[in-house]
Design a binder for this molecule. Structure first.
Ligand code: PIR
Ligand code: CA
Length: 317
């Protein structure tokens, strides 16, 4: 890698696929993780925060600060996804005790500090859970809009959905927060289900990563085993889609994820469509469109990056 690494704050709710996003970000030299911030989503805020710390322990990267954020959505009631991620949020593996203390301060404040403390255009925000913390951050300090390089979100679909007939989970849980994040005039890349359903952890992927033969690769295989079973039972998928690391792959190498510029609105009041991302694909995007949607994934190269990252983190063990 010749250019300077992309500096990111990863706001997440681990979660099996959030854990893989952490591994990819920590194990690829093109990315520098400034902080992990957590948001209630797949499980309660206490559980997902602890999970983030456990994943850092597995990666031997407890130098990365963890800040806890919102326990509940801005307006909606709390909703979690135990049928997909289990009671712990990371069922299928034994979770190591966190070795490093949680940092003081709210995730939203940590996001603001990371962006305002860096040069303009230096920090990218990645959201792989409900967007509550990112929405709070931009309300707390509106100048982050001008200052971030980009906001990359796993969420939504056009027309893919997984939680209701119209909505993807991350947007459904906190649609008001998503509306705030998509409406601010910063560059937003929506990595939705249309893209992430191409990132399937096949038996071949599991075998390839499992062949690394390290505690971390075993951890990955354990996570994918549970995720596969859950996805089969609740969503009738043969192989589970590993959504969240697609955001990181896009940042590492944008040629792996094709995108298309288009306006995006979040439905807040539909009778059947609350939490839907309405993507306007009519003709070329209007002047000034600041949002884009991910369309096509190069799955081979994507899994190659995940494998390389887990190998790199394993070699450092
Ligand atoms: C929620 C998720 C994954 C699958 C289901 N069915 C529900 C979580 C993932 O962590 C990802 O960020 C997003 N939410 C996908 O909807
Ligand atoms: Ca997630």
């Amino acid at each position: 890698m010749t250019s300077a690494p992309r500096r990111i704050v990863l706001d997440c709710d681990p979660g099996h696929d959030d854990a893989v996003a952490m591994m990819l970000a920590l194990g690829n030299p093109a990315i520098e993780v400034l902080a992990i911030t957590t948001v209630g989503g797949n499980q309660t805020i206490d559980k997902v925060t602890r999970n983030a710390q456990s994943v850092l322990a597995m990666c031997r990267r407890e130098d990365v600060p963890v800040y806890q954020g919102a326990s509940r959505p801005l307006v909606h009631r709390v909703e979690s996804a135990p049928e997909i991620h289990g009671e712990s949020g990371l069922d299928g593996v034994e979770l190591p005790e966190p070795g490093a203390a949680l940092r003081d301060g709210h995730a939203a404040v940590a996001i603001v500090d990371a962006v305002m403390g860096a040069k303009p255009g230096e920090v990218t925000l990645v959201g792989t859970g409900p967007l509550t913390n990112l929405a709070l951050a931009v309300r707390l300090e509106p100048r982050i809009v001008e200052r971030v390089a980009e906001v990359v979100v796993m969420g939504g679909g056009f027309p893919e959905a997984n939680w209701t007939a119209a909505a993807e989970f991350n947007i459904w849980v906190d649609p008001e927060a998503a509306a705030i994040v998509f409406d601010e005039p910063w560059p937003v890349t929506m990595v939705g289900l249309d893209l992430t359903h191409q990132a399937l952890a096949t038996a071949e992927v599991e075998a390839r990563v499992g062949a690394i033969g390290s505690p971390l690769s075993d951890f990955f295989v354990g996570l994918m085993g549970f995720f596969r079973k859950a996805y089969k039972e609740s969503q009738a998928f043969d192989d589970p889609p590993v959504h969240d690391p697609c955001t990181i792959a896009y940042l590492i190498d944008p040629t792996i994820v094709q995108t298309r510029r288009a306006p995006i609105a979040v439905e807040l009041r539909g009778e059947h469509t609350v939490g839907m991302t309405v993507v306007d694909l009519r003709g070329p995007a209007p002047e000034g469109t600041h949002t884009q949607v991910a369309t096509t994934l190069d799955a081979d190269r994507f899994w190659g990056l995940v494998e390389d990252a887990i190998r790199a983190l394993s070699d450092a063990e």
